[in-house]
Design a protein around this ligand. Structure first.
Ligand code: 3HC
Length: 282
């Protein structure tokens, strides 16, 4: 079975990797060649870690033989399943979904890794939308077992069960959600992160103690501010905007402190600083 992943950022790379390490042939696509280089590098490092612990069969070199890194989307024409993992912007996703639909055969399963955009809305850009659904992975994809599956009004239930079986074969443990903004995960996670930012903004406590409260008091692997930095503050803001717009409820409104960090280019780990300064901390 051939799988294509469109978009080779952190999430797309992780998704391509888990398919490849489980024996699938993978087309790893990005429209920027420099990003494809980064993607290969990230995959190699992750596979080396997993291989050294005996968690994957085959060396990174052997596994990477099954991955075709390409900037040419027409190469994916014979893919049986396509995962869209491009920027969390409706215009970008709709354009890419139309191009995928024009390229693959009518039966190929098409999934979107969107974290907040409506699957019903995205399904309008897919030919034969009964084969389309949300397949939301979690970062870091090679480690996190959860995948959230989201159906549109048009998704064929047999496609949902096909995708579930495929994911279980990858060692994932999926949950299903209706197409409500934020699905299960981000509808609950974003208000937690938002409230933590308000506690920080109101000087109730400092970032370290807010996070320590959740690490030591609730056994979360990361506190909410560390997690926001890990996800990306721009991504958190985008998701909160979608939730706020769709539900019209102020409990989702992006806090001013978050907006200011994003405006100043402090996007969390990926930019070197956010609630924490990574160049100094690590
Ligand atoms: N590939 C392979 N191995 C990896 C890896 C990767 N990409 N990332 C981490 N690891 C391994 C490390 O090598 C390490 O292995 P070791 O224990 O043998 O040394 C192990 O995982 C733990 O990593 P670290 O020692 O670096 O650090 P931590 O113990 O803090 O674990 C973490 C890192 C797994 C990221 C953990 O902190 C965690 O689970 N954090 C929460 C992550 C989370 O909540 N993700 C979901 C975000 S929400 C989302 O994605 C949805 C979106 O829509 C917003």
């Amino acid at each position: 079975m051939k799988v294509a992943v469109i978009g080779s950022g952190t999430m797309g790379t992780g998704i391509g990797q888990v398919f490849a390490q489980n024996g699938y042939e993978v087309y790893q696509v990005d429209f920027y060649t420099a990003q494809l280089e980064k993607s290969k590098d990230i995959m190699t490092k992750s596979l080396s870690k997993l291989h050294s612990k005996g968690l994957v069969d085959g060396s990174p070199e052997q596994i990477l033989k099954s991955v075709t890194f390409t900037d040419n989307i027409s190469q994916i024409h014979d893919a049986d399943m396509v995962m869209e993992a491009v920027f969390e912007k409706l215009e970008t996703k709709s354009d890419v979904l139309s191009r995928i639909s024009d390229t693959v055969n009518d039966k190929a399963i098409i999934g979107s890794n969107t974290s907040s955009i409506s699957i019903n809305k995205l399904s309008k850009f897919v030919k034969n939308p009964e084969r389309f659904l949300g397949v939301h992975f979690f970062n870091p994809v090679p480690i996190m077992k959860l995948v959230e599956l989201v159906t549109s009004e048009k998704t064929d239930p047999s496609k949902l069960s096909d995708v579930k079986k495929i994911l279980i074969g990858l060692g994932k443990d999926p949950v299903t959600s209706q197409d409500y903004p934020g699905f299960i995960s981000n509808r609950i996670l974003m208000p937690l992160i938002r409230e933590a930012i308000l506690v920080f903004e109101e000087h109730v406590s400092n970032a370290e103690d807010i996070d320590k409260t959740f690490r030591l008091g609730m056994n979360h692997p990361m506190g909410p501010l560390e997690l926001a930095d890990f996800i990306g503050l721009d991504v958190c803001q985008d998701i909160m905007e979608v939730l706020y717009t769709e539900y019209g409820d102020p409990r989702y409104k992006p806090p001013i402190a978050l907006r200011n960090l994003v405006l100043s280019g402090k996007l969390g780990r990926k930019s070197g600083s956010g609630f924490y300064d990574y160049e100094v901390k690590k």
